[in-house]
Design a protein around this ligand. Structure first.
Ligand code: KG4
Ligand code: ZN
Length: 351
């Protein structure tokens, strides 16, 4: 089975072709990604209007290149998949409409993919991981701990009460005058810094639920910056190291709490998994790897390029749904919100 995947929910325009391997798992035949980060950088965050226009300008070319690099034509595909949300709806419409049009023109089934589920299923593309697993999904738009039981079968164990984890990185970077996106830059600076110099809080540590909150941490960083006046390079490195260490501590504590809930309710997961853009963070990966080892579990995390937004994860989620027989109608709506676990109560309006 070969599927074309299209991703336009945020500030990456992406198209990829993925093939299902006979033994399970996938082979990425091509993966084209055009990051718009440079266009949004002057604003310190993604500007929806700019994002939509940039998707329109780039998508046709990226799809043609993805097909070309994979050595396939539309006729060789088994389905066309596009992310239908959640995300910036103007961008979602671009990729969703393109995917539907290609499917219609080629006479192939169309599959609408939940962007969050695509992140959640990526370890099955890369590592053929069996269900169930305990997933930390952390990106610029979402932060949740999810029990992944099957395709379309997810239970949210924790979420964020305010900012997403990626936003905590991005907003801190902005306060420090560092470029967008903030996560990779903070990680680079943190490598030179002293994580113990600034005493930053660990919000939610020890709470019986597995939720997150980052606003107190953001305020503490703001106060530290104000007290410094104009931070030096050393101050910036130390603040970056302090922020990263605080977030890593919180993540491990929240995952420990979620694992306890999992073990009480559902038995033993096959692995601990981290996905989403923030999972590209090396310190976070190492800490979660240690935590999983202590718990006697495997740790799986896709390579950084498959943690941040990409088309291969959309193609793979399309394969997963398609092989269960799924096909979506051509009037499938774009969704700004599309929670993975529809039964879970909203946490301060965030899925
Ligand atoms: O999954 P993604 O590419 O897009 C969304 O769906 O949001 O995630 C982007 C987010 C940004 O907030 C970015 O700062 C963060 O992931 N990020 C990182 C790192 N690389 C990307 N955060 C911390 N450390 C990193 N190395
Ligand atoms: Zn994402």
């Amino acid at each position: 089975m070969r599927v074309l995947g299209i991703e336009t929910t945020c500030d990456e325009t992406a198209a990829a072709v993925v093939r299902l391997l006979p033994q399970g798992g996938g082979e990425i035949l091509s993966s084209e990604i055009l990051s718009q980060a440079a266009r949004h950088a002057p604003y310190g965050g993604v500007v929806p209007e700019i994002a939509s226009r940039a998707h329109v300008a780039a998508l046709d070319r990226l799809v043609a290149r993805a097909l070309g690099r994979a050595g396939v034509s539309l006729a060789d595909l088994d389905a066309v998949a596009a992310a239908a949300g959640p995300g910036l709806v103007g961008g979602v419409i671009v990729g969703l409409t393109a995917g539907k049009a290609l499917a219609l023109a080629a006479g192939k089934p169309f599959v609408a993919v939940n962007h969050l589920e695509a992140h959640a299923l990526t370890p099955r593309l890369t590592d053929n991981l069996a269900f169930p697993y305990l997933l930390l999904l952390a990106s610029g738009g979402h932060t949740q701990i999810v029990l992944v039981r099957g395709v379309g079968d997810h239970r949210r164990l924790g979420g964020t009460l305010d900012d997403a984890m990626g936003e905590a990185f991005d907003k801190t970077a902005k306060m420090l005058g560092l470029p967008y996106p903030g996560g990779p830059e903070i990680e680079r600076r943190a490598a030179q810094g002293d994580p113990a110099r600034f005493k930053l809080p660990r919000p939610m540590l020890g709470r019986p639920d597995a939720n997150f909150s980052f606003s107190g941490l953001k305020t503490a960083v703001r106060q530290a910056i104000d007290a410094l006046g104009t931070p030096s390079e050393r101050d910036i490195a130390d603040l970056c190291a302090g922020l990263q260490a605080a977030i890593v501590d919180v993540v491990v504590d929240r995952m420990r709490t979620a694992l306890r809930q999992f073990r009480d309710g559902e038995g033993v997961p096959h692995a601990i998994v981290a996905a989403g853009g923030v999972a590209a963070n090396g310190a976070l990966r190492r800490a979660l790897g240690r935590f999983a080892a202590e718990a006697g579990l495997g740790f799986v995390t896709p390579p950084p390029a498959l943690c941040t937004d990409n088309g291969a994860m959309i193609a793979w989620a399309g394969i997963e749904r398609r092989r269960l027989g799924a096909v979506d109608p051509l009037d499938f709506p774009p969704r700004a919100r599309w929670p993975l676990d529809a039964g879970a109560p909203p946490l301060n309006g965030r899925a």
